[in-house]
Ligand binder design. Structure first.
Ligand code: ATP
Ligand code: MG
Length: 367
């Protein structure tokens, strides 16, 4: 798709299109805005270093405030190679199509000369990455109920991309920095720059590997096989990361790398789930919810893509494991966080079988 085509849309056409794709789940509806370069330069103080939020694979993100006083995040793509132009066009096209409460919507863009700028809502609570491993991690703003809510929200965003967006969308870069948090700590899945639109009836696309190390499904890392189940795998890694605040890949003394599934496996086999929880929670978590999330994560990270659940199933299981439980337990506390042999015995047996297959898998060793 060329950028020319995008520019040919009239504003009215865009709005009509947006109304058509809207559904009851969508909560906000603003049309694409064509920002002027002048406006975005003013908003970001000429892309001043102090305004810079961070840098990713495709460029830098800047905080800004428009003349109307609205806080925005502007992604400035690095270089305008033909490839980057394609990525830009893909992102704008994809974002233009999707609206969901758990997806970061596009506010607008600027395309002119060498500049390609994408404008998003600014997310005041940053990303999961900052809370789990970054500057905000020590404050532990992310208590257990927030973490559980984020897992469901992010899962619903991904479920929408996989099952409701038309055509279906594979994200391909699910990771902590791409899950942003709004004022209410609701998850907003961001960055569809990697996504490709999947035509109906095509189960997977073979393509070159993108994404981020540590989150890549083995079949994607090895053979570049892309399907929704690659996102499910990455989501499983993210689940483990959310509850443990461990990084997807850890460097052990001696330079050996260990991934989060390898780390969690012995605990699961021994049934000592509480050791998996982030120590910063100081025991303030619900053990049954923790077990449910771990069980779901282990299913998501099955080495065989066919055995992984769909995001529809993941959402259902998470809601079962988390929301029902929330009703049962009005107050979360570390009371009752005793391990219960009977409850997890069956689960452990099931997981041990899965894990045996996992540990035999070359894809894991590769990472
Ligand atoms: N709308 C936003 N509001 C607040 N922070 C944002 C927003 N968009 C991005 N960020 C943050 O800015 C930083 C850079 O984002 P960017 O997407 O460029 O890189 P990344 O997510 O680390 O990697 P990738 O390029 O693979 O997405 C990240 O920490 C991200 O969480
Ligand atoms: Mg990102």
């Amino acid at each position: 798709m060329s950028l020319k085509c995008l520019c040919c849309f009239s504003k009215e056409k865009e709005q009509r299109h947006r109304r058509n794709v809207d559904d009851k789940k969508n909560i906000r509806d603003y049309p694409w805005e064509r920002y002027t370069l002048k406006e975005l330069l003013r908003a970001t103080n000429n892309f001043h270093q102090d305004n810079k939020i961070g840098e990713g694979g495709f460029g830098s993100v800047y905080w800004g405030r428009t003349s109307k006083g609205v806080e925005i995040a502007v992604k400035r793509l690095k270089t305008m190679t033909a490839k980057a132009e394609m990525e830009f066009a893909v992102e704008v096209e994809v974002l233009g199509r999707v609206r969901h409460k758990n997806l970061l919507g596009l506010r607008g863009f600027y395309a002119g000369g060498e500049e390609r700028l994408i404008v998003y809502d600014y997310m005041p609570n940053h990303s999961l990455l900052t809370h789990l491993h970054g500057q905000l991690a020590s404050d532990c703003l992310l208590d257990w109920p927030k973490r559980m809510n984020i897992t469901i929200g992010a899962a619903e965003g991904l479920e929408y991309l996989h099952h409701e967006a038309n055509p279906h969308i594979i994200h391909r870069d699910i990771k902590a920095s791409n899950v942003l948090l709004d004022t209410e700590f609701e998850a907003k899945v961001a960055d569809f720059g990697f996504a490709k639109l999947i035509p109906e009836g095509v189960s997977h696309l073979t393509t070159r590997v993108k994404g981020t190390l540590g989150y890549l499904a083995p079949e994607y890392a090895m053979w570049g096989k892309v399907s929704e189940s690659c996102d499910v795998y990455s989501f499983g890694i993210l689940l483990l990361e959310i509850i443990s605040a461990k990084k997807p890949i850890e460097k052990l003394p001696g330079g050996i790398k260990r991934d989060i599934v390898q780390w969690v496996t012995p605990y699961v086999q021994k049934g000592v789930f509480k050791h998996i929880a982030d120590p910063k929670l100081k025991g303030n978590f619900d053990l049954e919810q923790l077990k449910s999330v771990i069980m779901i994560a282990m299913r998501c990270t099955d080495s065989s893509p066919d055995k992984r659940p769909s995001m529809e199933e993941v959402v259902e299981w998470l809601k079962d494991g988390v929301l029902k439980r929330k009703k049962d337990i009005p107050n979360l506390s570390n009371k009752g966080n005793e391990e219960n042999d009977e409850n997890y015995e069956e689960f452990v047996t099931m997981q041990s079988n899965n894990l045996k297959i996992l540990s035999d898998n070359d894809g894991r060793k590769m990472r």
